[in-house]
Design a protein around this ligand. Structure first.
Ligand SMILES: [Zn+2]
Length: 446
């Protein structure tokens, strides 16, 4: 057989590459059939036609099923920390800021390449040599907010934001203020991030100071105390998706919805459709805070327990008020009927072959994925990481359980049962009853 040049091979497959549209869901954080991520040993392969992601063990099945040969390979590798790095003494009571405590999360380096199946022919990315269509498509995938993250934030916010009582009759002062599309700064100090636009007078002021000393200088909240102007929107969170913008109501002391936000922004000359997201919303920060707890430490009423590893001992990562889901699924998958139906008698490959085009919305596939994730032991590996990112000697340290996030499973359940789409604490029995209803074979005893 003639050897084909990698670039010619890519050119001959250009019809199997798409440039994603803004409405496309792009998966880039987790394999749709396993719990592999870009941090896994084999990295993650994103199908450049369907924008579904696959781990190294599953990507071949996708090629067999769809014939899609072109993938953006994403690999995150832990950054090496020099061994003689001095341990800095914190000078501020803050985490992850200059002078504060080091973040526990190690730093990762993200690398990309274009991979063509079936022979895993690899081309470097970014590279000016690549065809323009491939460059545009890969750029868009890299820049996109992953569908996994979007859904998680939407669910976290779902039952929290209500329409502000101040929105519909908000008075706006005709004071000639025009807000430029970028280059904002607090009117009272030099802060250029964490800025809030008061929707009554168009004043741009910095946010609250956090308990740890980070954040702003309280200028926006002080302005409310002086004027009583109730609503402010966080600059950098306004995009074409207006509902996701972070609007805060001072008198209601909450993040709120402003149904007239487009009109309120236009009053100060802001064209929301052209703005880019540059800041995290309050909901995103809350969610990160709630999911970054070290659950190995706080479960069992704070007592440190020796973690156990191996098949059947895989933890579920909390997704923000999802303990009910974790507890239920852990119980469900100790039953013989579930283990045999979704693990022993159903391979992941089989589930995928019979799944619809989008396996992320298929209950059978996602139950099989969860079963294999929980029962195989593949993800029940000790994680050795200490607090200053240095490599540690496993013998001298208690390992942690990495665990798996039941995110896609939760989305499927949520789609079939709207009451699970929010992250309100649910009773385990509710979820079980829900499972029985949407999936009758749950209730069969063998
Ligand atoms: Zn300020």
């Amino acid at each position: 057989m003639m050897e084909v040049e990698p670039m010619d091979l890519l050119r001959s497959n250009l019809s199997r590459v798409r440039i994603p549209e803004p409405t496309n869901r792009i998966f880039k954080h987790e394999c749709c059939l396993s719990f592999d991520t870009p941090k896994s040993e084999g990295g993650l392969y994103i199908d450049m036609f369907t924008f579904l992601a696959f781990g190294k063990d599953c990507v071949g099945w996708n090629f067999e099923k769809t014939g899609n040969p072109v993938y953006l390979h994403v690999k995150k590798t832990k950054k090496l920390v020099p061994e003689d790095r001095p341990t800095k003494k914190p000078t501020r009571l803050a985490i992850g800021v200059e002078g504060g405590f080091d973040n526990n999360e190690p730093e990762y380096e993200e690398t990309h390449s274009i991979v063509i199946l079936p022979n895993y022919v690899s081309l470097p990315f970014p590279s000016v040599e690549l065809p323009e269509k491939v460059r545009l498509a890969a750029d868009a995938i890299v820049l996109a907010e992953g569908a996994e993250r979007k859904e998680q934030v939407a669910a976290w916010t779902a039952d929290k934001k209500t329409v502000s009582t101040y929105a519909m009759n908000l008075q706006q002062l005709d004071n000639g203020v025009v807000i430029p599309p970028s280059g904002w700064k607090c009117s009272k100090c030099d802060k250029t991030d964490n800025l809030w636009l008061n929707l009554t007078d168009g004043m741009i002021l910095c946010g609250r100071r956090n308990w740890d000393g980070s954040g702003g200088n309280n200028h926006a909240v002080e302005h409310y105390n002086e004027t009583g102007f109730p609503l402010a929107v966080k600059l950098g969170t306004i995009t074409a998706d207006l509902e996701a913008a972070d609007v805060y109501s001072y008198p209601e002391d909450n993040s709120v919805l402003d149904p007239l936000l487009a009109q309120h922004l236009a009053f100060f000359g802001i064209d929301f459709s052209s703005l880019q997201k540059t800041e995290m919303t309050t909901a995103e920060r809350e969610l990160d805070h709630n999911t970054n707890f070290d659950w190995n430490r706080i479960q069992e009423s704070g007592e440190e327990k020796e973690p156990i590893f191996g098949p059947g001992y895989t933890g579920l990562v909390n997704l923000g008020n999802s303990c009910y889901l974790a507890a239920t699924m852990q119980v469900v998958f100790t039953t013989r009927s579930f283990c045999s139906r979704y693990y022993i008698n159903q391979s992941l490959k089989k589930a995928f072959e019979t799944a619809p085009a989008d396996p992320t919305v298929d209950l059978n596939t996602q139950l099989t994925k969860l079963a294999h994730g929980l029962l195989s032991g593949k993800y029940s590996m000790p994680v050795y990481e200490n607090d200053d990112n240095a490599s540690v000697d496993p013998k001298t340290m208690t390992p942690k359980q990495g665990g798996i996030p039941p995110r896609m499973f939760k989305s499927v359940i949520a789609a079939s049962h709207p009451e699970f789409s929010s992250m309100r604490q649910q009773f385990v029995s509710n979820l079980l009853l829900g499972c029985f209803r949407i999936f009758p074979s749950f209730s069969r005893s063998s």
